[in-house]
Design a protein around this ligand. Structure first.
Ligand code: ITT
Length: 205
């Protein structure tokens, strides 16, 4: 089975590829399409955004498509940045600016007030030409936000997110270890569990 992974984020793509590598699935990255439509992420939930990305790219490309919408929810900020995590520091946001803004927003707070969770919602969508079906899988991971960045692996907010059972930030873990415990790893595990029963539906519409 061929699966388009509809993300512009190379960190997400690498984690999906690593976690699904043992399945009989050929991962198609967006870059192999040459051009693709940009999706405006205007949903109110991760589910809405993930489904919109998956539907748009599946109907554009004709491939069965997996999309990911994710974010970091910080308790002291009332759950922000949440679904706005990618643009937390503005329209020209990047990982460094987002992390800097988050550390500033939490300045002066003790560890017990720095609780946070990562959320990942995966949407799997088969295009109109294959019968138009959709499924979503959610994973979450609890932790807290460091006082300064630690580690150089991963992407996004990884250097700031401590996973308490290992006492390390996600950026201090190798990809396999992170995916074994992370929000995305947990959502991907649910997808993997469901896939055997979905394969017939996806491959013989
Ligand atoms: P696509 O929409 O193209 O998939 P994106 O990076 O814009 O890529 P989102 O809209 O889902 O993805 O935004 C998610 C934000 O949360 C973004 O800033 C990511 O860097 C961050 N994020 C998501 N998962 C993460 C993880 O596992 N580790 C660190 N940061 C993560």
């Amino acid at each position: 089975m061929q699966l388009l992974v509809a993300t512009n984020n190379s960190g997400k793509l690498a984690e999906v590829e690593a976690t699904l590598k043992d399945l009989p699935i050929k991962i198609i990255p967006l870059t192999s399409l040459g051009t693709w439509s940009k999706v405006v992420e205007d949903g109110k939930t991760y589910e809405e955004n993930a489904l919109k990305k998956a539907r748009t790219l599946a109907d554009f490309s004709g491939y069965i498509t997996l999309a990911d919408d994710s974010g970091l929810e910080v308790d002291a900020l009332g759950g922000a940045p949440g679904i706005l995590s990618a643009r937390y520091s503005g329209e020209d946001a990047d990982d460094a600016r987002n992390n800097e803004k988050l550390l500033q927003a939490l300045a002066g707070l003790w560890q017990e007030n720095r609780g946070a969770r990562f959320v990942c919602v995966l949407a799997l969508y088969s295009p109109i030409s294959s019968g138009e079906r959709e499924w979503v899988f959610r994973g979450e991971c609890e932790g807290w936000i460091t006082f300064s960045p630690r580690g150089d692996k991963g992407f996004g907010y990884d250097p700031l997110f401590v996973y308490p059972p290992l006492g390390k930030t996600f950026a201090e873990l190798d990809r396999e270890t992170k995916c074994g415990v992370s929000h995305r790893g947990r959502a991907l595990e649910k997808l993997k569990e469901a896939l055997p029963s979905l394969f017939p539906l996806l491959t013989h519409p």
